[in-house]
Write a protein that binds this ligand. Sequence first.
Ligand code: BES
Ligand code: MN
Ligand code: ZN
Length: 503
Amino acid sequence: MRVRVTTDQPWDVAADILVAPIVGDPDFGGPFGELDRRTHGELSALQAFGELRSKRFTSSIAASGDAKAGRVLTISAGPAEDLDRETASRIASATMHRLAGRHVKTLAVWLDPLAAALDGGAVVAAELVARGIVEGSFDPKTIYLDSFPTAPPVIEELILVAPGADTAACAKAAERGAIMGDGANLARRLANRSANDVSPEVLAEEAYTLAKQHGLWIDVIGPEKATELGMGMFMAVGRGSDNPPRMIVMRSGKKGETDALGRHLAIIGKGVCFDSGGISIKPSDRMEEMKMDKTGACTVIAAIATVARLAPGTPLLAVAPAVENMPGPHSARPGDLVKALNGKWVDITNTDAEGRLILGDAMTYAEQQGATHLVDVATLTGAVSRALGDLVTGAFGNDQGWTDSVLGAGKQAGERYWQLPLVEEYWTEMESWYGDMVNSGSSEGGLVKSGLFLREFATKPWVHLDIAGTAYYRRAKPWAPRGATGVSHATLVELALAGARPA
Ligand code: BES
Ligand code: MN
Ligand code: ZN
């Protein structure tokens, strides 16, 4: 997709369709009124008919009259005071969904209505719209099907219409946004692929291909080496399947090298290619969703590749423990005691609490590789989706300053997080008769306990993002189809780029 920025007026832009966002109520007194006149009053007629609702994401397609675009698509963005980064990029994604199955090759988006309501104006709008258009072009059906009637259009040229804006700055921002969108889509595509397609080995091969493509260092640790290193928790899960586990380690910059903020940041992602629960097997209802239990891993692999595209050489470590959690003769049993890489003895009371086992060893390994700051991303608990639903990611941290930095990157990225407390008193329920701790206590406060468990494997500032609610949608949204959302990819990229050295 080519991206072009123009300072022409929206009615003078030739394209298959012109997108006119409506922020608040349509204002026929300004340039929207001029666009209406060019369409011979189509827009005001729609307004009179009651078609231009101010409810966010409602849209309509009008004939264009003398405006140069083939058609005009209006889409409501909701009140100006509520227009944040997330909404701006979702408005762009929603236009792509509105155009599913339509014939659109050149798409023009009028930035001004969004730019007027956003901090950062046209430049920020250009980035978010480009990202939203790219993300809006993703549909998981394209993974296995060659064609289907509701396929998103393949846009050849995106024209950003910003009369009076700095076109060079907007073009640069749009390029950044498109790369961010590509990265999120890469994570979504990988996460949505099925478990008979993406085993831990295949995930490692995908990581390898990306590493070669972007000049990243990569090391893939198999079961023998992992056992020898002492990754007892990782292997307790990994040994249960015929598909052997892989600890995927990727790096940009040099080993232990610190970035412009003095950090050696490690991003760690849960890579359970299928979570049957193991011996503590899950009910069959919705078990098919558990192919997406590798989303955290897909997210960190995509994020380090995106950082390599935007700011090559920025120090960053990505660790993705990849396993399949299966029941079988080699599986861990409830009551098994295993020794973690950090030396702690863990009593596996529930084999379905497998994410924290593989992540704990991955966190220790990241510290051994020189990480000074950790962030993990994981589809860790059903409890987080009951608490926060599919639009807000749960966050835990052992250091408030670092937690604030991560959540700040989230704001920058237009992603929503809610910090949850690590309640010290609940630790008594994680105590084991045999070892240092159990991996699963009683279900009350289970979300907090998952955080308490992981904290045992961090000696450095660490944040845990539980994306079990936000990683994929069960039902389509106006801005996204069902399936993987790419959540927290942008947050991780912003967080890493904050430490990039100016080129
Ligand atoms: N992968 C699941 C969590 C999950 C559930 C993700 C639903 C997405 C949707 C995780 O491994 C798991 O099984 N968690 C258990 C933990 C419990 C055994 C302590 C859970 O949430 O029930
Ligand atoms: Mn599980
Ligand atoms: Zn899981």
